[in-house]
Unconditional design. Structure first.
Lengths: 112, 111
């Protein structure tokens, strides 16, 4: 049972570099989302999608882009990495935005 | 803006002790979820409470949803080292269609 698969698990970037965090789910969920997790701040929503071709901004969208060309995939792009984007990133999928969220294992990103 | 405040943020106890984690808001939620997260892993759902006043039990864990659906609590009886982890509450925004997460409570149970 794959569930939600995130890659890579760890990444170090230099300030100004760009990269894409990959996320794929095999549960045929329409709703997918990206969160960042920082100490003492819980999970903050970056971007979300309610279906293929539809994306919207969450609480902390600046510096990130997303696209949803298929139901299965929801990549997160960092346009020009900054040290403030050092965090652990989680992708999640669910039936709707308020039902049980299934999370990937996370990507620990460090920007130096 | 809907916010969820969790308390305490950190809890370190001895095996066998009881504890309660609180999740409070001034907003009404249509449902409230509790997740547990282990180091290096994503959160995993423990329970969802939907009805005001609802109580759900999962072995030694008891979850309660406030009558007004603005708050919830998680009580662990006779904690064990295997209960160690980060506990997150998440409210389902009735108007936003999204989950709002609390800051989390880090629990350490020492043998």
């Amino acid at each position: 049972n794959a569930g939600v698969t995130q890659t890579p698990k760890f990444q170090v970037l230099k300030t100004g570099q760009s990269m894409t965090l990959q996320c794929a789910q095999d549960m045929n969920h329409e709703y997918m989302s990206w969160y960042r997790q920082d100490p003492g701040m819980g999970l903050r929503l970056i971007h979300y999608s309610v279906g293929a071709g539809i994306t919207d901004q969450g609480e902390v969208p600046n510096g990130y882009n997303v696209s949803r060309s298929t139901t299965e995939d929801f990549p997160l792009r960092l346009l020009s990495a900054a040290p403030s984007q050092t965090s652990v990133y989680f992708c999640a999928s669910s039936y709707t935005g308020v039902t049980e969220a299934f999370f990937g294992q996370g990507t620990r990103l460090t920007v130096v | 803006t809907q916010l969820l405040e969790q308390s305490p943020q950190f809890l370190s106890i001895q095996e066998g002790e009881n504890l309660t984690v609180y999740c409070n808001s001034s907003s009404v939620f249509s449902s409230l979820q509790w997740y547990r997260q282990e180091p290096g892993e994503g959160p995993v759902l423990l329970v969802t409470v939907v009805t005001g006043g609802e109580v759900k039990k999962l072995k030694r864990l008891t979850f309660q949803f406030g009558d007004a659906r603005k708050d919830s609590s998680l009580h662990i009886t006779a904690a064990q080292p295997g209960d160690t982890g980060l506990y997150l509450c998440a409210g389902a925004g009735s108007n936003t269609g999204k989950l709002i997460f609390g800051q989390g409570t880090t629990l350490q149970v020492k043998p």
